[in-house]
Design a protein around this ligand. Structure first.
Ligand code: AMP
Ligand code: GLY
Length: 425
C-alpha cells in the first residue's frame, strides 16, 4: 500500500520509521518531510494547504492512505476533502478536529456531557472577559480560543497579570486565536498525556507519556513545544487509565458520533491528575511531539495496519495495540535561542556514533546544506532510547546526546525527573 505522510517534525520521522517496518507498506511519500524522514520515505513537493494538489498527487501515485501528522491541516479540513475524494485518511475531519482547534468547543462539549474539566467561562470581548474574571480566584487560567502553537495559555498569579493577558488577547496579540477566550479555574496536580485511537465507534487506549514543556532544567523558563518525554507515565495507573477512558475519552467519542461528526484518528488527552481524579486540560487531534517518539519506540503492533483499519472504520476487528513493557525516553536537542530566536545553520555531526550507542535519532528542524547536516528550526533532533526502566532509557539517550557534535545546540539534562524520583525517591 502506498502512503502519504504529511508533516516535517520528529513526530513524523517517528511515524515514518514505524510505518517503514510494516510488511504492508509499498511506497512511502512524505510532504514536506526532512532529511531524517528521507531515510524511510520519498520526499515530495506537495503543499498540504493545497487540497486539490494533494488529491492530484494521491491519484497519480496510487496513494491509498494519507497520514496527517500536524494539527493545522486537520483544522483546515484537509481530511474532509481527501475523504470526499474516496481516500482513506488517518486524522479527523475539520469539525471533530475542533477539539484542538477551539478550546471553547471542547469545554462546551465537556459541560454538555459531564466530562471532568476545570470550571470555565467563554468570553468574546474584553468587557465580558473582565466581568467573568470576578467569578474566579487567583491564580486564574486565560486561554486564547484558537490554535496558538502552544503559546495561547497564560496562568495569571495576580489581577494585574490577568488584566494584561486579556488586554494582549483582545488587542490581537495572539492573532485570530485570541478573538475569543476561555477563562478557567486553576487546577493543581501532576500532568500526564494519554492517547487513544478511534474510528468514531471503537476506541482503544494507545499509551501514556509525560512531556517537559519548559525550556530549562527543573521546569523553568518559557514554554516550548516540548523538550523531552518518556513513556509510560506510571502515575497513570491501569485504574486511572480506565477512569480516563470511561469518564473522558469514550464520552467524547460518543458525543461527536451522536452529533454526526465522528472523530477518526488519534485523540491526545492532556490531563491533570487532581485529588478528585483525572480532569481534562486539553485535547489535541494528533500525536504529541515529542510524545509520539516514545510511543513509537514502544509500539510492537503494525502501525500501518492500525492506521488503515482506523481510517476504514474497522478498528473493532483488530487486536488491541501491543506495547513493550520497556520504558522509552527522548531528549529534544534544540538550537540555542529556542524558543524565542533559534540560531539556524549550525552544523551537526556524530549521528552515526550516537546511534551506535543504541539510540534512535529522529530529525525535526534539520536540513542538508552542501552535503552537511545543519539546523533549520527550533527543535532540531529528538534522541530516543528504550530500556528496562526509564533510568536505563535515559542513560542511553544522554550518552547518545553527548556523542552528537552540535555546538549550536542545547538540551535539558533532567528529562524524566519525575519518574526517576518515583523509582528512587
Ligand atoms: P494547554 O495548551 O491547554 O495544554 O495548556 C498549557 C499548559 O497550561 C498545560 O500543560 C498546563 O500546564 C497549564 N494549564 C492549562 N490549563 C490549566 C488549568 N486549568 N489549571 C492549571 N494549569 C493549566
Ligand atoms: N508536546 C505537546 C504537544 O505536542 O502538543
Amino acid at each position: 500500500m502506498n502512503v502519504l505522510l504529511i508533516g516535517s517534525g520528529a513526530r513524523e520521522h517517528a511515524l515514518a520509521w514505524k510505518l517503514a517496518q510494516s510488511p504492508m507498506l509499498g511506497r512511502l511519500f512524505a510532504a514536506p518531510g526532512n532529511p531524517g524522514i528521507a531515510q524511510h520515505a520519498e520526499l515530495v513537493d506537495v503543499n498540504p494547504a493545497d487540497h486539490r494538489g494533494t488529491v492530484d498527487f494521491c491519484l497519480k501515485h496510487s496513494v491509498e492512505l494519507i497520514v496527517i501528522g500536524p494539527e493545522a491541516p486537520l483544522v483546515d479540513g484537509l481530511a474532509d476533502n481527501l475523504r470526499t475524494m474516496g481516500f482513506c485518511v488517518f486524522g479527523p475531519n475539520r469539525i471533530p478536529a475542533q477539539l484542538e482547534g477551539s478550546k471553547g468547543f471542547t469545554k462546551d462539549l465537556c459541560r454538555r456531557h459531564g466530562i471532568p474539566t476545570a470550571r470555565y467561562v467563554r468570553a468574546g470581548d474584553l468587557l465580558a472577559a473582565e466581568a467573568a474574571l470576578e467569578d474566579f480566584g487567583l491564580p486564574v487560567v486565560i486561554k486564547a480560543d484558537g490554535l496558538a502553537a502552544g503559546k495561547g495559555v497564560i496562568i495569571a498569579e495576580t489581577a494585574e497579570e490577568a488584566q494584561a493577558a486579556l488586554d494582549t488577547m483582545f488587542d490581537g496579540g495572539f492573532g485570530a486565536a485570541g478573538a475569543s477566550v476561555v477563562i478557567e479555574q486553576f487546577l493543581t496536580g501532576e500532568e500526564a498525556s494519554f492517547f487513544a485511537i478511534t474510528d468514531g465507534a471503537a476506541v482503544v487506549p494507545f499509551g501514556s507519556a509525560q512531556d517537559h514543556k519548559r525550556v530549562g532544567d527543573g521546569d523553568t523558563g518559557p514554554n516550548t513545544g516540548g523538550m523531552g518525554a518518556y513513556s509510560p507515565a506510571s502515575i497513570l495507573t491501569p485504574e486511572l487509565e480506565e477512569r480516563v477512558m470511561a469518564e473522558i475519552v469514550r464520552p467524547t467519542v460518543r458525543a461527536l458520533a451522536e452529533a454526526g461528526t465522528p472523530y477518526s484518528g488519534v485523540l491526545y488527552a492532556g490531563l491533570m491528575l487532581t485529588p478528585d481524579g483525572p480532569s481534562l486540560i486539553e485535547y489535541n487531534a494528533r500525536f504529541g511531539d515529542p510524545e509520539c517518539q516514545v510511543l513509537m519506540m514502544r509500539l510492537e503492533s503494525d502501525l500501518l495496519e492500525l492506521m488503515y483499519a482506523t481510517a476504514r472504520g474497522e478498528l473493532a476487528e483488530l487486536a488491541t495495540p501491543r506495547f513493550s513493557n520497556d520504558a522509552a525516553l527522548t531528549v529534544v536537542v534544540a538550537a540555542k535561542g529556542y524558543p524565542a530566536t533559534p540560531q539556524k545553520g549550525g552544523g551537526i555531526d556524530g549521528l552515526d556514533e550516537a546511534a551506535a550507542l543504541g539510540a534512535t535519532i529522529f530529525h525535526a528542524g534539520t536540513a542538508r546544506s552542501k552535503g552537511t547536516l545543519v539546523a533549520s528550526g527550533g527543535r532540531v533532533l529528538s534522541v530516543a532510547a528504550r530500556g528496562g526502566t526509564v533510568l536505563d532509557a535515559r542513560r542511553t539517550a544522554y550518552a547518545a546526546v553527548d556523542a552528537i557534535d552540535f555546538p549550536d545546540g542545547f538540551c535539558r539534562r533532567d528529562i524524566g525527573w519525575r519518574e526517576v524520583e518515583r523509582l528512587a525517591p
